[in-house]
Design a protein around this ligand. Structure first.
Ligand code: M7G
Length: 308
């Protein structure tokens, strides 16, 4: 299949899912109620991610009848027994939207990222980072044009929650692609740093503490201001390995089990700050464990050195 990394084709404004020709299912996560589908649009590969959206309190407590699920539903009985009854509940389509994320044209790497596959844990020493991980990610990483579009105010400008344009300690905070931007229960925003030379936590040193502290204090205050979520209800963390090698911090609502919050991938912002305060070059010296998928080029690279 062709790699579309350099094809910057965009979907027409009139695009609808009728233009999407189904090819195959990449994965179906019943727990998250999200499905990843591969197909083609106008002859190029495309991925559609459909996700059922969480309920909100307003859908039940709202005063406007039209926004209230209970006032706009019909029941179809499945079974009853004693005091127990199961039904399908049909609700107004406006109250039952799906979030649809479309990646177009999708690259081989996107297809691999969303394909169900085995995962493995790897231990990366500083030496292995330099000799295996770094060369591999320099060759294989996802394109970061979407990041530069944000930093240069070309895209998502009206979504910026807060920005600090300082080249050293600055960042932009905005709703993450994984979030619909309105369902408070699944709040997920991302701070993207202005500095383009820090790929991941591996590159963090003592000199970056002001950057990390600045992101922490300003983003938590902005989240409280905009979404009413207290700082002690926010999970702030990095991914290692990330998909995109331009440093960014994930912030989400603690009660929401966002994808990628487990200890095989998430590094709390507070812990990262503390580690660097204790050992200024902690992330230069540490052995970091992370997971890879079976189809990842990084997994192949580690496999081949293990075989040597
Ligand atoms: P990551 O750890 O590099 O990748 O985080 P992963 O979590 O996907 O493995 C990058 C973050 O940026 C993710 O949370 C993405 O959902 C988010 N993101 C990716 N893209 C392409 C966009 C985008 O175009 N706009 C916004 N706002 N967020 C994005």
């Amino acid at each position: 299949m062709v790699d579309n990394e350099d094809k910057r084709t965009q979907l027409p404004q009139s695009f609808s899912l009728d233009d999407f020709v189904y090819e195959r299912l990449l994965s179906n996560n019943a727990n998250r109620k999200v499905i990843f589908v591969l197909g083609r649009c106008f002859n190029l590969p495309a991925i559609v991610i459909l996700e059922k959206i969480a309920f909100t309190e307003e859908q039940f407590s709202g005063t406007d009848d039209k926004s209230t699920i209970l006032k706009n539903s019909s029941l179809e009985k499945i079974m009853e027994n004693d005091i127990y009854q199961n039904n399908f509940c049909r609700v107004d389509s406006d109250l039952n939207k799906l979030k649809a994320t479309i990646i177009y044209p999708a690259t081989e790497k996107h297809i691999s990222k969303y394909t169900e596959q085995k995962i493995y844990v790897l231990k990366e020493t500083p030496e292995l980072y330099k000799s295996v991980t770094l060369p591999c990610l320099e060759k294989e990483q996802f394109n970061c044009d979407w990041v530069y579009n944000i930093l240069e105010h070309r895209q998502e400008v009206d979504r910026i929650v807060i920005e600090d344009l300082s080249p050293d300690v600055g960042f932009m905070l905005l709703p993450d692609l994984k979030w619909d931007g309105v369902t408070d229960e699944t709040m997920y925003v991302t701070a993207i740093i202005m500095n383009r030379s820090i790929k991941s936590i591996r590159d963090l040193r003592e000199s970056h503490l002001p950057l990390l502290e600045n992101i922490k204090s300003k983003c938590l205050a902005a989240i409280k201001d905009k979404y009413g979520v207290n700082s002690n209800e926010v999970r702030a963390y990095f991914h290692y390995q990330p998909s995109y090698y331009h440093l960014h911090v994930h912030f989400n609502y603690l009660k929401y089990d966002a994808p990628g919050i487990f200890c095989d991938k998430a590094h709390l912002l507070d812990t990262v700050i503390d580690n660097i305060k204790m050992v200024p070059n902690y992330y230069e010296k540490a052995t970091l464990s992370f997971t890879v998928r079976e189809n990842d080029k990084l997994y192949d690279a580690y496999k081949s050195i293990a075989e040597e």
